[in-house]
Ligand binder design. Structure first.
Ligand code: URP
Ligand code: ZN
Ligand code: ZN
Length: 459
């Protein structure tokens, strides 16, 4: 379909100007003043912002975890993403310990194939490193278009690898042009605190938070950056929550390391006081929500260039699933629904409240993820030849988050009652009108798996 978008304010990571956009064959064909192409669809974007489609590099769809599956599958999760202006997600394939990466990839392909509405890719989580896995890492980069390898320094017995495996993985990934990403918390410390709290009968959701103090994340983040330094491997810390971890990254900048940081909307906007509520299980996630001082540190870290990406760690569970841990916090499935609200929350809390500039907003929500994970400039910007993944956002519209209106498969919202300024109105994915007037106009299967190139690390 050909589309002409008139009179909009186009914002990328580097620029901010008024122009028309013409889209043909799924990509951006022309940008200029007063364009007069004959188009099948004409959109008037006066007083609106035209932004690159959001990229959420941290989601878990239909993921087997803690005795259940995250409650959004590829259809409901990617539809909700589009409603919120996210046109591409990167999910995590989890290797089963003792099994191959390939078998894990096949399992995830089975759950995603023909079901996605937005574009998607995978990070490959290496939970058990050995010689065969080293060969598979090369295969993933060269043949499957997967260049990012996720590691867990926690969840012992299920997902955690030890430091010896970590260093070996980093060496192989570095040699082959990939990047190692990490859930950086000290699993042994956390497990011993969980055991201690449980033995003392401390079983409420508050003890999930108290079993993962800031030091557990700060220590693991520092250890990870030291191992990266030792191996010269590029790295990316996912879902960073706190000042202590950020300070480890600050140190790595003195060594000029290739290290990138993601935080998530919840760590910028919610705090640990929620664990004292009766329904505190809703916010049981790992790492947990932190303190107000950590929110301030993260916003500063963004503006200091230490934090490059804002994701969601979308890993939703219904309230019934959360009840698996009603008598024991350690059995509450970890995660929360978030994929839909990232772009609007970050706009409202960031740009509208003047914490970040519009260009920084685009960097954090789209461009930097595209660059770090090898999709730029096809994704993450507005330029001739790029995929026409676009968001038209009205910066003035006020609205309130409610689970009664969201599209995620979760019967509550972590952000219930949040008042936002700025609303996603129209979304295009590869030139196709995906969201208009609060309706989704595309079908499951439209979303494509995007093979990624080698990491382009200069951001
Ligand atoms: O609580 C979380 N974050 N659940 C998903 C798995 C992970 O650690 O990212
Ligand atoms: Zn994690
Ligand atoms: Zn996660």
């Amino acid at each position: 379909m050909s589309v002409l978008i008139k009179n909009g304010r186009i914002v990328t990571a580097e620029s901010d100007y008024f122009a028309d956009l013409y889209i043909e064959g799924g990509s951006i064909a022309a940008i200029g003043k007063n364009l007069s192409y004959q188009a099948a669809k004409i959109i008037d974007a006066q007083h609106k912002l035209i932004l690159p489609g959001g990229i959420d590099p941290h989601v878990h769809l239909d993921m087997p975890f803690m005795g259940t599956f995250s409650s959004d599958d590829y259809t409901s999760g990617t539809r909700a993403a589009l409603f919120g202006g996210t046109t591409m997600v990167i999910d995590f394939v989890l290797q089963t310990q003792g099994d191959s990466l390939m078998n894990a990839l096949k399992a995830w392909q089975g759950r995603s194939s023909g079901k996605a509405l937005c574009d998607y890719s995978y990070h490959m989580a290496v939970t058990d490193f050995n010689e065969n896995v080293a060969k598979e890492v090369v295969h993933m980069i060269e043949q499957e278009g997967i260049n990012s390898f996720k590691t867990f320094m926690a969840y012992k017995g299920a997902l955690m690898i030890d430091d010896g495996q970590m260093v070996q993985l980093m060496k192989v990934v570095k040699e082959n042009g990939g990047i190692v990403t990490v859930h950086a918390t000290n699993g042994d410390m956390i497990d011993s605190l969980i055991a201690k709290n449980k033995s003392e009968g401390k079983l409420s959701p508050l003890y999930h938070y108290l079993s993962q103090p800031e030091v557990t994340e700060a220590e693991a983040s520092a250890r990870f950056t030291d191992m990266l330094h030792y191996t010269s491997c590029p790295g990316y810390i996912v879902h960073m929550t706190c000042e202590g971890a950020l300070n480890a990254v600050r140190k790595s900048t003195l060594r000029n390391q290739k290290l990138f940081v993601e935080t998530c909307t919840q760590y910028l906007t919610l705090d640990a006081s929620l664990y004292e509520r009766e329904d505190g299980a809703k916010w049981v996630m790992s790492p947990p929500l932190r303190e107000k001082k950590d929110q301030e540190a993260l916003w500063s870290g963004i503006n200091q260039g230490l934090v490059q990406v804002v994701g969601t760690d979308h890993c939703p569970f219904t309230w019934e699933q959360k009840q698996m841990g009603k008598d024991d916090f350690s059995k509450i499935p970890n995660g929360h629904p978030a994929i839909e609200h990232r772009m609007e929350l970050l706009f409202s809390e960031g740009v509208h409240k003047k914490r970040i500039s519009l260009n920084k907003y685009v960097e954090l929500s789209s461009t930097n993820a595209a660059k770090i994970f090898g999709m730029y400039p096809r994704k993450g910007t507005i330029s001739i030849g790029a995929d026409a993944d676009l968001v038209i956002l009205n910066p003035q519209t006020k609205h309130t988050i409610s689970h009664t209106r969201h599209h995620m498969n979760a019967d509550y919202s972590s952000y219930e009652g949040f008042q936002l300024t700025g609303k996603v109105e129209t979304v295009l994915l590869r030139g196709e009108l995906a969201i208009e007037k609060d309706e989704c106009l595309i079908q499951p299967g439209f979303g494509q798996f995007i093979k990624r190139g080698k990491t382009s690390l200069t951001i």
